[in-house]
Design a protein around this ligand. Structure first.
Ligand code: ATP
Ligand code: MG
Length: 417
């Protein structure tokens, strides 16, 4: 990605629980997103233990390299929380008591009918020349200070307190950002990340005002576009142009645009648009397709229900899969998948029947039918079809990919309906 333009930001997360891996740092992600929306380029995230010397060094480094430094954590009253002290040391300033902060902390305890422990007094201290930031959700005030040429904002580690303080006290006081940065995500399905990268080629290239990259999550590849403009309209236009070119190139492999876009929302929209309904017969996915479809609001308008036909007896008795098919081809076979899809379509009276049967592992694989072998089938007004997949990954991944593959059969069918 291209060299960022000013203003630059750096994010420091403080806490031994973070460096030891006991708590996952979600504050940095939140802060980076907020900063990006306001036109800042975040050039680094750093996580530092509750160690005053290490925090002092990190603060100085960050202040040299960025215009804005946001620090979260280590503002608590206990001796292991030393961010306040470290900031004072980095600034070469004394810690002074702020009477207004002290009064607010005392009032916080009074409202809870508890005396303020003496250790909380440290939370009312700010380095000389710095300014406290009110905490509306907890006791620890934040700090706004100047370190070298950088503006430094220190906010609490508790995400619920940090988010409120960022919005109320930090965001309004950030130096002017460099225009607007918008973020847009294009969700893809039907190839791996590197294959998509190859197909997209120059469309993944950054420009002065665009940064483009791919990510993978929950079996889907996403293209993320950050566009910078003088105005939101300008940034939006840039992102829109790139999105259109991606759509043109990838066609049906584009599920949709936006954080909410998913396989199940794409299928849901198409079912709504065509006025069709679907029912499911799930073996190896154990209801996952039903869960995904019903996670979308309004699914009752197109999803009728399903049968979790895990055991062969359920495949026969509830769906009417002929025992002969199961005996001859096995439960994990194309004929079984087809019979399941057709049966659930008929029994539930849906336009489409969707089925999965496969070996999710880790056990149960054979040379002939290895773990990851999955058949998906779709039955509809135009007949039935099945697909054979050899899916990589652990049990959870095989199940998820099976559900996605089945839903994608329906999506492609509906696109041509
Ligand atoms: P407090 O006054 O509650 O002590 P604090 O500013 O000292 O606030 P920390 O003690 O550093 O905050 O963190 C409190 C809790 O907040 C941690 O135990 C952790 O659960 C959570 N937390 C801290 N930093 C982060 C982070 N970067 N991402 C997510 N959670 C965090
Ligand atoms: Mg702490």
């Amino acid at each position: 990605m291209s060299q960022p333009k000013k203003p630059r930001a750096r994010i420091l997360s403080i806490g031994t629980e973070l460096t030891m891996g006991r708590t996952v740092d979600t504050n940095s992600a939140f802060l980076a997103r907020q900063l990006a929306e306001r036109g800042f380029e975040t050039t680094a995230h750093e996580t530092v233990a509750d160690d005053q010397g290490a925090i002092v060094q990190a603060l100085r480094r960050a202040a040299e390299q960025a215009d804005v430094v946001i620090v979260s954590g280590g503002l608590g009253p206990t001796p292991d929380d030393v961010t306040r002290q470290a900031l004072a040391e980095a600034m070469g300033a004394e810690l002074l008591l702020d009477e207004a902060s002290l009064a607010r902390i005392e009032a916080f305890f009074q409202r809870r009918n508890r005396p303020m422990p003496p250790s909380n007094r440290i939370q009312a201290m700010v380095p000389a020349g710095a300014r406290p930031l009110e905490n509306t959700r907890g006791t620890a005030p934040g700090v706004e200070a100047t370190l070298g040429e950088a503006r430094v904002f220190v906010v609490p580690g508790v995400p619920y307190e940090m988010e409120a303080m960022f919005e109320r006290a930090v965001a309004p006081r950030l130096p002017a950002g460099g225009g607007v940065v918008l973020h847009r995500v294009v969700r893809l399905f039907g190839a791996g990340e590197s294959d998509f990268a190859e197909m997209l080629g120059e469309l993944l290239r950054d420009t002065e005002s665009l940064r483009v990259g791919t990510t993978v999550a929950a079996g889907l590849v996403s293209v993320r576009i950050y566009s910078r403009g003088e105005t939101p309209e300008q940034a939006d236009r840039l992102a829109q142009e790139r999105t259109e070119r991606i759509r043109q190139r990838l066609g049906e492999k584009v599920l949709g645009v936006g954080e909410e876009a998913s396989m199940e929302s794409a299928v849901g929209e198409l079912l709504l648009r065509t006025g069709r309904s679907v029912a499911t017969a799930e073996s190896c996915t154990g209801g996952l397709i039903g869960e995904m479809l019903t996670a979308v609001p309004g699914a009752s308008r197109y999803y009728l229900g399903g049968v979790i036909a895990y055991d062969n007896r359920v495949k026969m008795e509830q769906l009417g899969v002929p025992g002969g098919v199961l005996q001859e081809h096995g439960a994990v076979s194309e004929p079984t998948a087809l019979a399941m899809a057709q049966a659930v379509r008929e029994r539930l009276g849906a336009e489409y029947g969707l089925a999965t049967t496969g070996i999710a592992g880790p056990d149960g694989g054979t040379a002939e039918k290895p773990v990851g072998l999955v058949y998906t089938a779709l039955a509809g007004p135009k007949g039935a079809s099945a697909a054979r997949h050899l899916l990589p990954g652990d049990r959870a991944m095989v199940r998820l990919r099976s559900a996605l593959a089945a839903l994608n059969m329906l999506r492609l069918e509906l696109l041509h309906a």
